[in-house]
Design a protein around this ligand. Structure first.
Ligand SMILES: CC(C)(COP(=O)(O)OP(=O)(O)OC[C@H]1O[C@@H](n2cnc3c(N)ncnc32)[C@H](O)[C@@H]1OP(=O)(O)O)[C@@H](O)C(=O)NCCC(=O)NCCS
Length: 143
């Protein structure tokens, strides 16, 4: 397994496909909803399996000089629960630290809260319900 920052059209095709498959398709959301209007201003990280297929994705953007925010964290379904998410987390935390951020924020799906807690994130508050069913929690971690 290794992490790259997608650069080519083919990289981004895999990147967005995984985002869609994990974070949108199970809730019958239409193709295109996996893309965000500020994706062009984010740092994207993609975990590749030994066959160079996308195994996980996540992105980091800067809310301001002190705050980095993680979004769209997803590990391919057949590779979930094997401890791989931490590699993307640590990669992008390092990027935020290098850029001078003091803390990271994110909106965690309920099922992912324990995952983030394991790596030092704390719940700040309960926030929105996505697709009418997925409770989210704002979490943060000081770097
Ligand atoms: C959340 C996620 C990124 C964690 O990465 P990972 O490599 O699977 O992480 P780990 O193996 O270290 O831990 C998995 C934990 O997430 C939980 N989890 C994540 N997604 C889950 C799902 N769809 N169903 C049940 N549990 C899930 C596991 O139960 C486990 O919880 P635990 O720590 O209490 O045992 C990954 O599981 C994933 O992509 N899940 C689906 C999409 C998602 O929820 N993304 C996060 C958006 S905020």
């Amino acid at each position: 397994m290794r992490i790259i920052e997608p650069a080519t059209e083919a990289d981004f095709e895999q990147y967005y496909q995984l985002r869609y498959d994990v974070l949108r398709a199970p809730w019958q959301q239409p193709p295109g909803t996996e893309r965000a209007s500020d994706d062009d201003r984010a740092i994207h990280a993609m975990l590749l399996d030994p066959e160079n297929r996308a195994a996980g994705v996540c992105r980091l953007h800067f809310e301001n000089e002190e705050e980095g925010q993680l979004r769209f964290m997803a590990i391919r379904e057949d590779l979930q629960n094997q401890g791989l998410g931490k590699y993307l987390l640590h990669y992008l935390e390092d990027k935020a630290r290098d850029a001078g951020c003091k803390y990271i924020t994110l909106q965690a799906r309920e099922l992912a809260v324990n995952f983030y807690k394991r790596y030092g994130y704390k719940v700040v508050k309960k926030t929105h319900l996505l697709f009418g069913s997925i409770q989210h929690y704002q979490m943060e971690k000081y770097l």
